[in-house]
Design a protein around this ligand. Structure first.
Ligand code: ADP
Ligand code: MG
Length: 234
């Protein structure tokens, strides 16, 4: 397994959020579904070293990373596309992308290759290469954010609600591109938009009230009665 989360418990102050969460990601694309407030971002923040685990462990590539500093987690090969895009709006597409590879030893010397890959994945970014990111549409900014994460040459790409706030046509496009990426990267993607993301994942977990409510293949989830009624509105 690339990422292995075992019996993870954490929260904020006195508020417990995650309860004995087990989750793993191999060379595959894994979805993490659940309603607002379920704890999806908290789990990702724990993996990224932004939230301290209270109990349990987080292994990346066989090494314990629970409680590690965020820059060391990034250096080990995990790249995050956060829920808030956190781009530099006053800088160009080119500069935002370049920052994704800066200070990451595993991206050193292969910046050009990574950039070619990103521009091939999102050709619109090639057209807008010198444009200031703050003047671009939400969908284009999301593509810059994903591209920036890819510039770090990650082993595991984590995306926190990539469809949030985007028009349906752009959402479909983003998941189409993610489906292409799963051949080359391990992916963990959180989503409330279960319908679209099922097309881009191999397996998924449903997180409810901080605990894993169910775990299945994309096909299994797509016909699960609870998923159908709670997430697909059927
Ligand atoms: N920084 C924080 N401080 C205190 N509570 C938080 C913080 N971030 C999230 N929470 C709480 O933790 C719970 C899980 O939130 P979150 O992980 O953001 O869920 P999701 O990403 O699934 O919507 C919620 O009850 C939320 O209010
Ligand atoms: Mg969230």
């Amino acid at each position: 397994m690339i990422l292995e989360v075992k019996k993870l418990e954490t929260g904020y102050g006195k508020l417990g959020v995650l309860r004995a969460v087990d989750l793993s990601v191999g060379k595959e694309s894994v979805g993490l579904f659940g309603p607002n407030g379920a704890g999806k971002t908290t789990l990702i923040n724990a993996v990224m070293g932004m939230v301290e685990p209270w109990a349990g462990s987080i292994f990346f590539d066989g090494k314990e990373i629970g409680g590690s500093r965020t820059h060391l987690v990034a250096r080990a090969g995990i790249a995050l596309v956060p829920q808030e895009r956190e781009l530099f709006p006053g800088m160009s597409v080119a500069d935002n992308l370049a920052l994704g590879a800066a200070y990451v030893p595993r991206a050193k010397g292969i910046e050009k290759r990574q950039l070619d890959m990103v521009l091939q994945l999102f050709p619109i970014l090639k057209e807008r290469f010198s444009q200031l990111v703050g003047t671009m549409s939400g969908g284009q900014q999301r593509m810059v954010a994903i591209g920036r994460a890819l510039m770090a040459n990650p082993v595991l790409l984590i995306l926190d609600e990539p469809s949030l706030g985007l028009q349906p046509s752009i959402v479909a496009e983003v998941f189409e591109r993610l489906a292409l990426l799963k051949k080359e990267f391990s992916i963990l993607v959180t989503e409330q938009n279960v319908r679209e993301s099922l097309k881009a994942i191999d397996r998924g977990y449903v997180l409810e009230n901080g605990a894993v409510a169910l775990e299945d293949t994309a096909e299994g989830l797509a016909k699960n009665p609870h998923v159908l009624s709670a997430y697909l509105g059927i």
